[in-house]
Write a protein that binds this ligand. Structure first.
Ligand SMILES: *Cc1c(COP(=O)(O)O)cnc(C)c1O
Length: 362
């Protein structure tokens, strides 16, 4: 048996052990082909089956309606920051951005380079410790889309209910919470997510785009950067990241084995409850950095009484088999990233450690 730690890395992040074992098992000879998946032609039948089944599983698990296309792209969520405005803006069109953290700011920056973009709301004045209320948003009636970051990986906040934008489609960066909860697709025009948090390894970015928006892709941009190209060619315009897509497929199969999205969402809620409850019960020692109704179920951020104790927590945590707990420098303290692949058992072990740590240091 491999020695595995409880890996709380924010991304790339932990993957389910059964997925890793399946990869290992299938590497030398994928499905009787005598080749590894990464040696297969992306035009071959066995790869075509992987490609189709990965999309099929996403449709099944997320309930993606027929008027959406699923794309497997490269360049990470960061390229989507640029591709979204590059395709959908121009000709004096403008988009609204709600700024809830470092990633939203990066998305806004690209939109401003490529078109006109307005800040429709922001929580920067309180160091992104909350999601703005609907009443704080100023939406431009002519905006093409409203961009949000559904889960703020660094700040530790998450949109619990999505903003009411009327008929205007929401474009959401869901890199760190896609497939963690059920979604109402009637609200969204485009969803994108780098795979390396909740879906698989780095190297593939999943884009789920409403077909009428893809059809509006500008024509005066490079072919590879047009959504319409990838919709038309089923993400096979050029060589897709075949091995990463195959691992996404294995992760989705694992999710199905867990009971699907509803079951995984429930486990995520239990994990969040257990962790935040531990913080709240020991609130003289652990101090959550975000407002309780904005707390993320994917990335929990908290401080200890001193930076010295935070260093000790991280060091002793590592000795006890818990990795990746150091918070982002903009927030400090501790960040517990608990994506789908982190089992409830891992959070139980960590919260036991947290309680003991208070006993010994509080
Ligand atoms: C990690 C992350 C990104 C950056 O993703 P890349 O794939 O590295 O470009 C963007 N947005 C959010 C919310 C993230 O968590």
């Amino acid at each position: 048996m491999a020695t595995r730690i409880w890996n709380f890395n924010p991304g790339p992040a932990t993957l389910p052990l059964p997925v890793l074992e399946k990869i290992k098992e299938e590497i030398p000879d994928y499905g009787g082909t005598g080749m590894a998946v990464m040696e297969l032609s992306h035009r071959s039948k066995p790869y075509a089956a992987i490609h189709a089944e990965t999309k099929n599983l996403l449709v099944q698990l997320l309930g993606i309606p027929e008027n959406f296309s699923i794309l497997f792209l490269q360049g990470g969520a960061s390229l989507q920051f640029a591709m979204v405005p590059m395709n959908l803006l121009g000709n004096g069109k403008s988009a609204d951005y709600v700024i809830t953290g470092a990633w939203s700011k990066k998305a806004l920056k690209e939109a401003k380079i490529l078109g006109s973009a307005k800040v429709a709301g922001s929580s920067e004045d309180t160091n992104f410790n909350r999601i703005p209320e609907q009443s704080e948003l100023t939406l431009d009636p002519d905006t093409v889309y409203v961009h949000i970051t559904s889960n703020n990986t660094i700040a530790g906040t998450q949109w619990m209910t999505f903003p009411d934008t009327g008929d205007i489609p929401i474009v959401s960066d869901m890199s760190s919470d896609i497939l963690s909860r059920q979604l109402d697709f009637s609200r969204f025009g485009l969803i994108y997510a780098g795979a390396q948090k909740n879906l698989g390894p780095s190297g593939v970015t999943v884009v789920i785009i409403r077909n009428d928006l893809a059809e509006q892709s500008r024509e005066d941009i490079p072919t590879l950067l047009r959504y319409a190209t990838h919709v038309d060619k089923d993400s096979l315009f050029n060589t897709p990241p075949t091995f990463a897509i195959y691992i996404v497929k294995l992760v989705l199969e694992w999710m199905k084995d867990q009971g699907g999205l509803e079951a995984v969402e429930k486990i995520n809620q239990e994990k969040g409850k257990l962790l935040y409850n531990t913080i709240d019960v020991h609130n003289e020692f652990y101090r959550g950095t975000v407002e309780p109704d904005s707390r993320s179920l994917m990335n929990a951020t908290f401080r200890l009484p001193t930076e010295e104790l935070e260093g000790k927590f991280i060091a002793e945590g590592l000795e006890s088999g818990f990795g990746g707990l150091k918070g982002h420098r903009s927030v400090g303290g501790i960040r517990v990233s608990m994506y789908n692949a982190m089992p409830l058992e891992g959070i139980k072990a960590l919260t036991d450690f947290m309680v003991n740590f208070v006993k010994n240091n509080g």
